[in-house]
Write a protein that binds this ligand. Structure first.
Ligand SMILES: *Cc1c(COP(=O)(O)O)cnc(C)c1O
Length: 455
């Protein structure tokens, strides 16, 4: 080990960021505005505030303020599990016999097991400050629902979670963690909402989807006095809160003279990647430094690499604002044998715009290769990674092996977004040799694109 760089870099409390960074402020072309789904006009703060907490709606619409103060109560909560360590993957470097230097920012050190708590606590704080009774949300794999349950318990807010039915059944322990923190968990689609009843009538026996669970959560929020809807990814406000990941990473890198050449993150809705790269992207946009950024997505849900850049619905029920993003169509549901997470049909509008301008690269990886990387990483670096995070591990290992061929001493940084303890059904499939890769055909995607709204 290099004496100058410790295995784990921890910042001290007074080195933690006290402002979030809003990368939109430095973008020359801003992400396209969200549109009202009925009128196709840009949504106003007033319209947004019926669905979202007012302060969060304001953050959503703010393309101009570069730094936003993190309220003291959120900073206090962050101190329970932050700083997150920046780890030099010495053991992985050695095992790969690569001249590359590999670092990862580990966000799994909290009970929810992922980075999602960074935004959950912010969203719960603004809901409480507005005097609300509670919030509604959806959860797919369960990490967001868990994070939000923790945040709501802390601020004494009601939390109603619509959990995609297949996860509700496959991940009973996630559900139990949420209930332990006081959340009310309903499998989606459900009979408790109009949109849920319609979907059940049309597709009896469906195992549900994120898009459908979002619609149920929005409907419940809009129809319940004192409730608003909150979302754990995709939105620009979530990227803003997640910038805490990138800001800590940048401080640690600057302190030790580490200059990443390549920054890699997995991409579901884009929040961890957006948060990790935001301050680095800011430097790139201002012409102060250059980096390669790589978004890694599953081959079975390839929004950036095979999607269209178009306005689309964020949910199946078509109640949320329309967002211009790389999308597979709001009706797209990844094949049921896809176990690796990152199942959302669309992508953050901020990342979509940066990708469209060529400032970010994207690649897709097949899930067997992802679980190979996950297993290799667990055995070498110790941490059992979330399947989602393992997409980034796959890409980082591939880049490090390329350096071995070329002899280049690149510095590779990736986001290790969480741990995989609740994903053992997926690991079991892999260990039993039963995991397969399903890649959608062009015909399937074309059919889905036909449903894009005409805007
Ligand atoms: C939710 C989740 C992701 C993907 O979501 P993004 O918004 O794209 O970051 C990645 N890793 C983990 C562990 C997650 O829980």
């Amino acid at each position: 080990m290099d004496k100058k760089i410790p295995y784990k870099i921890y910042l001290s409390e007074d080195e933690l960021p006290d402002q979030w960074y809003n990368v939109r402020a430095d973008m020359k072309t801003k992400p396209a505005p969200l549109l009202n789904p009925a009128t196709h006009q840009p949504v106003t703060l007033d319209e947004m505030s019926r669905i979202f907490c007012t302060e969060l709606a304001r953050q959503e619409l703010d393309n101009d303020t570069p730094y936003i103060d993190i309220p003291g109560e959120i900073l206090d909560f962050y101190k329970m599990y932050r700083p997150a360590p920046l780890v030099r993957a010495y053991f992985l470097e050695k095992a790969l016999d690569t001249p590359a230097k590999i670092y990862y920012k580990f966000e799994g050190n909290n009970t929810s097991g992922s980075h999602k708590l960074n935004s959950a606590i912010a969203q719960a704080y603004y809901a409480k400050k507005q005097g609300l009774k509670g919030v509604t949300t959806e959860t797919g794999a369960g990490q967001w629902g868990t994070a939000l349950s923790m945040a709501c318990a802390y601020f004494d807010l009601d939390c109603k979670v619509y959990m995609v039915k297949v996860s509700y059944e496959q991940k009973p322990f996630r559900r139990e963690v949420m209930r332990t923190y006081g959340a009310d968990v309903t499998p989606s689609p459900s009979e408790t909402t109009k949109v849920g009843r319609e979907i059940l009538a049309k597709f009896p026996g469906t195992s549900g989807s994120l898009g459908c669970a979002i619609s149920e959560a929005v409907e419940t929020a809009v129809n319940s006095e004192g409730y608003r809807y909150v979302l754990g990814s995709v939105l620009s406000q979530v990227l803003l809160h997640q910038s805490v990941i990138g800001l800590e990473t940048m401080t640690a890198c600057d302190k030790y003279g580490i200059k990443p050449d390549i920054i890699i993150g997995c991409a579901g809705g884009g929040s961890n990647l957006g948060g990790l790269i935001s301050p680095f992207m800011g430097r790139k946009l201002r012409g102060e430094a250059d980096y390669r950024f790589i978004a890694v997505e599953p081959a079975s849900c390839p929004s950036l690499t095979r999607g269209r850049y178009a306005y689309d619905f964020c949910d199946t029920g078509m109640v949320c604002p329309l967002s211009k993003m790389y999308t597979l169509g709001s009706g797209f549901i990844p094949s049921p044998n896809h176990a690796g997470g990152l199942r959302y049909h669309g992508m953050s509008s901020v990342l979509s715009e940066l990708y469209d301008e060529g400032l970010i690269e994207a690649k897709s990886v097949e899930q067997t290769a992802v679980f190979e990387a996950a297993t290799q990483f667990a055995r070498i670096e110790g941490t059992l990674p979330a399947p989602e995070s393992s997409h980034a591990i796959r890409a980082a290992i591939d880049e490090a092996l390329r350096c071995k061929e070329t002899g280049e001493e690149k510095t590779i940084l990736f986001g290790l977004t969480g741990t995989g303890y609740f994903d053992m059904v997926a690991y079991q499939k892999f260990n039993d040799g039963l995991m397969s890769d399903y890649i959608p055909t062009d015909d399937e995607l074309d059919k889905s694109f036909e449903q894009l709204p005409k805007v």
